[in-house]
Design a protein around this ligand. Sequence first.
Ligand code: SAH
Length: 246
Amino acid sequence: MHEPPRVILPWIDEPPSELDITDQEYRYLARVLRIRPGEEVVVLNGKGGIWRGRVEAITGSSVRVVELSRIREQRESPFRIVLLQGVLKGERMDFLIQKTTELGVYELYPVVTEYCQVRHTRRLEHWRSVAREATRQCRRSIVPIIHEVMGLQEAMKETAHIGLRFIFHESADPGGLRSEGPRDGCCILVGPEGGFSPEELKIASEQGFRLVGLGPRVLRAETAGVVATALLQYLYGDLNPGLPRP
Ligand code: SAH
């Protein structure tokens, strides 16, 4: 089935029934997709609001969309995964953001750890655009929040309200992922390329992070983040056909 193109306009809360789409989204619709009057467009704000409308006219700088009306789609997992990820080099971070967005991650904290090779970044806006692009492609309605880069302890503090917490380590046992704890979400901690220091493992365990493994092979950090997310969606989220849908 032909799906209408999607544009993300973060500043709209409840759009009027008509809207002029300009700038970057205009270029995407008019120049890249060569949209025509009469065709449908889906507009989202990245916070869960989705509206469908029809293109009425296209000028040199805007696409006019009319008859906007709210639609309901259920592609967001009821299980909210917050990922604390040691900052990775270059495209590995992009890969991680794209794949975990597709898998429904709710928030991402890029964290600087002891063995991180990257300690500061100018790529935050780029990472956010990777998340927006992946949201559009996988047809989610919520763009994952990507926080400013911060130290590990600070990120742990900011996520202290989340009861279920896991830290992934290559020598731990995978069994620990099964939990009898709260089931509305969890916080997961994955190391950078160099892994965690013994001190970090100690602090994490003091902060209530459960040490868990992803099998006998050492995965690359970006693989580990993706696999962890998929397993958690399977166990507690919307990747498990056996669990009741909300
Ligand atoms: N320093 C290690 C590898 C680190 S891998 C070494 O070179 O030997 C990077 C991160 O991916 C780790 O910190 C961990 O969070 C995660 N990871 C990789 N393989 C894993 C596995 N088998 N189980 C759990 N976590 C794993």
